[in-house]
Design a protein around this ligand. Structure first.
Ligand SMILES: NC(=O)c1ccc[n+]([C@@H]2O[C@H](COP(=O)([O-])OP(=O)(O)OC[C@H]3O[C@@H](n4cnc5c(N)ncnc54)[C@H](OP(=O)(O)O)[C@@H]3O)[C@@H](O)[C@H]2O)c1
Ligand SMILES: [Zn+2]
Length: 313
């Protein structure tokens, strides 16, 4: 199952689909494996079954998510697994949606099924998709940069607080999200581009600007590079209810948001309990633990001069 998880992680962002990895074993040897790369592409189980061919007969399938049991963009994996002659299926996490039911179908047809193996790791792998399915809203990751004193405002002479290594890490983070969001205060102060740069990417995230009074300057870079930008205004959302706004964004196909500040916008999200995880890069801080707005954050890495801290609030 660990191998299946590692394979699933190769998909940077298969949104709106889950990240799934599959491994087929026969007499203790891997005879086929695969992962779900992008929405509309073949499911992990099918990739692995194709590689295994007739060697799948009598083998064992390890899959991070319960195999689907209905026609979506592709035919159900449950039937393909049954047809292949696999005798045992080991599942990481059960599918809470209407696509699920593969476990029941396979059991009914005499295949041995074991579920919820390495479930916490398989849930973590699909934290975005599970949040989407269970709450009908995008997963929200808050990312902030702090200077040594804990301020989020860069000294006027410097454009960035963080080290170049941290900024590169942020590019990797951005690449894995459907959208990047900020408040209008950051647009007027910094005129940022909010794009993925300096690393390979298949697509640019959508930009979302929390701009209730539509005061983003028309000359802002985000309006002139051909990329997509969504302004969240009071014209469209008169009472500016963040939960409702997120549900609307989800309906528009946005499954994950990297919220990059500023602090005013971040606090509104924290108060509304709509932040699913937090990353803080802090200059010169390599302690094991830090406290930010009453949230205990754990050091999970170092990038140049900066410590990286993480919490699930
Ligand atoms: N260190 C970092 O990680 C980081 C990240 C981003 C920005 N910054 C810095 O932070 C500063 C700007 O931060 P900031 O806190 O002043 O601005 P901000 O959070 O970027 O924007 C705040 C404004 O956004 C609107 N807004 C956002 N969410 C809202 C909500 N839920 N309800 C109503 N209005 C909402 C309001 O606009 P109205 O005023 O029109 O009502 C509010 O005044 C800049 O100096 C920038 O360089 C630092
Ligand atoms: Zn499937």
């Amino acid at each position: 199952m660990r191998r299946a998880i590692a394979l699933a992680e190769k998909a940077i962002n298969p949104s709106p689909n889950p990240r799934v990895g599959a491994v087929i074993l026969k007499n203790g040897k891997i005879v086929g494996e695969g992962w779900h790369e992008y929405a509309g592409g073949p499911h992990a189980e099918i990739v692995a079954l194709k590689k295994a061919g007739s060697r799948a007969q009598g083998g064992e399938l390890f899959v991070t998510l319960e195999p689907c049991n209905r026609f979506g963009r592709t035919p159900p994996c449950s039937q393909a697994i049954l047809n292949s002659g696999i005798k045992r299926v080991v599942i990481g996490v059960l599918d809470p949606t209407a696509s699920g039911g593969g476990a029941k179908f396979l059991k009914k047809h005499g295949v041995e099924v074991v579920s919820r193996i390495l479930e916490p790791a398989c849930r973590e792998l699909n934290k975005i998709w599970l949040k989407n399915m269970e709450h009908k809203r995008p997963f929200v990751t808050l990312k902030m940069a702090l200077d040594a004193k804990g301020s989020t405002i860069p000294a006027t002479s410097k454009k960035w607080i963080s080290s170049s290594k941290s900024r590169r890490e942020v590019m990797k983070l951005r690449r894995s999200f459907d959208a990047i969001a900020i408040g209008v205060g950051t647009i007027t102060a910094d005129n940022p581009r909010l794009t993925v740069r300096g690393i390979k990417t298949d697509r640019q995230p959508v930009r979302i600007i929390f701009d209730p009074n539509l005061r983003s300057p028309v000359m802002s870079k985000i309006f002139h590079d051909g990329g997509e930008t969504i302004l969240i205004s009071r014209q469209e959302f008169p009472n500016y209810n963040l939960r409702k706004i997120l549900q609307k964004l989800f309906q528009r196909g946005i499954c994950s948001i990297l919220l990059e500040g500023g602090e005013t916008t971040a606090k509104k999200f924290l108060q509304a309990k709509l932040v699913d995880e937090i990353f803080i890069f802090q200059k010169g801080n390599r302690r094991k633990q830090k406290n930010w707005h009453g949230i205990s954050m754990k050091n999970i890495g170092e990038f140049g001069d900066d410590g990286l801290f993480y919490a699930v609030p």
